[in-house]
Design a protein around this ligand. Structure first.
Ligand SMILES: C[S@@+](CC[C@H](N)C(=O)[O-])C[C@H]1O[C@@H](n2cnc3c(N)ncnc32)[C@H](O)[C@@H]1O
Length: 282
């Protein structure tokens, strides 16, 4: 199967979204997207335009600069405004043990099957500030303590990657974590919240990368988690990303997507689906 070296979103500058661009003389939204891409590498054009444009315009109005051209000038000259803008438009929401039933599937079915390999490599694709990767690490420590497990987290947003490397989480991040697991694998911080134990920290690595463009190592990972990252992508971009992730899986490896997500053509990608959010590469 040949994979595209770079996934491009379908051209969209010529596709005004109803109610937002209509009547504008130039495509000021597309121009702002291009500016943001050059300033920080975040490509807003890969998201569904109507949702992203609504979010951007609501934000620029709240900041008192509704004209996108003028707002672009602020982004160029005010680094703190660029940070605030990225916080608003890229969705970094996560928490420990998010959708616990998925970690239960990892614990009960996937890890016992993979354990005889002796080494398991797992990729948290779209890792945000690391809650998913550390949850995976804790589940692996509990379930297959004698197996060498390496967990790679990748996110577009370098601020999230820096935060993930600290292993620090707020009480809010831990709201659905099983108390016994939290106490065994995280230490309470005097100022509140939790920090991952050194044992967990040794299992995880985080790097900045755009899942749509970075080189994808073939057949490297036994499990890929890509949850809640494609929801705002266009279908074409989402499908191409799933194709890339499947390429990264070892034969017999597992792809886990968000509970409300799906792979469009599992059979075409050589996948079976033992459960609705789990796919296995043949
Ligand atoms: C909602 S968070 C999901 C975090 C975690 N997977 C979870 O389910 O809790 C989505 C993350 O995907 C990242 N992201 C979005 N597009 C990306 C891309 N093209 N490449 C890498 N990361 C991306 C965002 O920066 C954000 O941190």
């Amino acid at each position: 199967m040949t994979l595209p070296a770079r996934i491009s979103a379908p051209p969209r500058a010529a596709t005004p979204s109803a109610g937002f661009s209509a009547g504008l003389k130039a495509d000021d939204f597309a121009a702002l997207c291009e500016l943001v891409r050059t300033l920080c590498g975040v490509d807003l054009a890969q998201y569904k335009r109507a949702q992203m444009e609504r979010r951007v315009r609501t934000w620029t109005q709240r900041r008192g600069t509704p004209d996108l051209g003028e707002y672009g000038k602020r982004l160029r000259t005010e680094p703190e405004e660029l940070d605030a803008f990225l916080d608003r438009v890229t969705i970094n929401v996560s928490h420990l043990w998010r959708h616990e039933d998925q970690f239960e599937a990892l614990r009960r079915s996937i890890l016992p099957e993979l354990a005889p390999k002796g080494r398991i490599r797992i990729w948290s694709a779209g890792s945000s500030y690391g809650a998913e990767a550390y949850t995976i690490a804790a589940v692996c420590r509990e379930t297959v303590p004698h197996v060498r497990v390496e967990i790679q987290g990748t996110d577009l947003d370098k601020r999230m990657v820096a935060r993930a490397r600290t292993g620090v989480f707020t009480p809010e991040d831990a709201r659905t974590a099983p108390p016994r697991m939290l106490e065994r694998h995280f230490s309470p911080r005097p100022e509140g919240g939790w920090v991952a134990t050194p044992e967990l920290q040794r299992m995880v690595r985080f790097e900045t990368g755009d899942l749509l463009r970075m080189p994808v190592p073939a057949e490297r990972y036994d499990v890929v988690f890509c949850r809640n990252t494609v929801i705002y992508f266009t279908e074409a971009v989402r499908d191409a990303l799933h194709q890339r992730l499947v390429k990264a899986l070892t034969p017999g490896g597992y792809l886990l997507v968000g509970t409300s997500e799906r792979v469009a053509d599992p059979r075409g990608l050589g996948l079976t689906s033992p459960f609705h959010f789990i796919y296995r590469k043949s």
